[in-house]
Design a protein around this ligand. Sequence first.
Ligand SMILES: [Fe+2]
Length: 437
Amino acid sequence: MLDKPSFPYGAGFRSLTAETPAPVALAVTGALPAWLKGALLRTGPSKFEVGARTYNHWFDGLAMLHRFALEDGGVTYANRFLKSKAFCTAEASGKISYSEFATDPCRTLFGRVAAIFDPKLTDNCCVNVSHYAREIVAFTETSMPMRISQDTLETLGVFGYGAALKGQVSTAHPHYDAKRACHYNYIADLGLRSLYRLCAIGDDGTEKLVAELPVDRPAYMHSFGMSGDHLILTEFPLVVNPIDLKLSGKPFIRNYRWEPERGLVFHVVEKDSGKLVRTAKVDASFAFHHVNAFADRDGLAVDVVAYPDATIIDQLYLARLRAGTKLTATGTLTRFHLPLKSEAPVTRRSLADVPLELPRINNESCAGKPYRYVWGTGIEAQGDFLDSIVKIDVATGQVSTWYAAGLYPGEPVFVPSPSANAEDDGVLLSVVLDTGK
Ligand SMILES: [Fe+2]
C-alpha cells in the first residue's frame, strides 16, 4: 500500500508525450549573461505508459531529448523522443518490448525461452547526454549509447563498441580526460565468467581496453571515479548472480541483492599501465554518483554521494513517486581516503551534513584534481523530493541553498564564465518543475 501523499512533486512524473521539433522562443525573466551562448542538451524518462501498461520505475520511462538554445540573451526550446528501438517498437506494437531497469515485457513461455538465448539490450538512453568521441551521445546503463544530432535532436544510431569492449552493462557517466584526449568508461560483461572492462574512448574514435577485472558477483555501479592518473571502480554491495539475469524471469534490478557483509570495495587502476594498484574494503555504503577524485597525500580522495544502503532504488518506483510519497533515503557528500603507498585502511568522512543528489563540479577546471565546490540538488523540506539547489564548499562544509516552495530543480549544470579567475565564477543551468503552473 502506498503512503499518504505528502508533496506536490508527483506532478513531475506524468508522461510528456508532445514533441516540439521546431524551436520555440521562451519568455525570459531577468537577464542572461551576454557570454552565455550554446545549447543545454538533456535526456530523461518521459513516457511511462505503453498500451495498457505502465512502466514500474522512474528509470524505465522512454527517453525524451530536450534542447535549450541560449544566444543573445534569448532562449529557445525543442524536444524530441529518442527514436530508439525500445521506443519505435513500443510505438509500432503498442507493447513494452524491451527490458528496462525494473520492467520487463510480458512474455509467453516461448518468448521467455527465446529471451534467454537472444537478450535484447535496451537502447532507451534516458540517463545522460555527453560528448563522446567528438559526437553527442545519449546514454543509458547498457552498452548501447545512441548518437544524436546536437542541432536537431534527431537520433543518428547506436554508438557501437568493438569486440574488445564486449559487455552488456555500462555507465551513463563517462569521464573526460582533457590531457589524454579521451573519455573513460566501464563495461561489464556478465556471464559464466564475468569481467569489468575499463576502457578509453579517444576523441578520434579509437577504443582502448585499459584493464579487465574478473568478478564473481558483479555490483550495480551507476558511475565510477577518475583522478588525474587513476580510475576507481567502487563496488557497492548490491550484487547479482549473473545466471539470475538470464533465468530468474525478474526485471534487471530486482536480481540484485543487498549484501552489506561484502562491504564497499574500491579497485584502483592506473590509467596508463592498466595496472590494478590497490583493492581496499570499507564498511558498506551505496551510491549512484561519484563527484570527483584526486591525488591526496599518500593516496586518493574519492568523493561520492553516499547512502547507508540501496533503499533509495525502491523509493524511486513510479507509483510511489506519482503519489508524492515522502522520500526517506537521502545521500550525503562523503570523502573516502584510499592510501596507495601502503595497505593502510580506507577512511571516510562526511563533507557536509545535508542531503545531496545529481552532483556537478566545475568539470573543465577540476575533473580529477583538488577542487572546492560541488553543486547539486538538495532537500530543504524533510521528506520532499529534490526541492532545492545546494552549493557545498568542501573545504569548509559551508552550504548555500536556493529554495522556493513548489519548485523542483533538476541537475544544476555549471557553466564557467569565459573570463573566470575563480572556480565558482559562472552560472548554473537547471530545468525546474513549477508545480504551481
Ligand atoms: Fe546518474
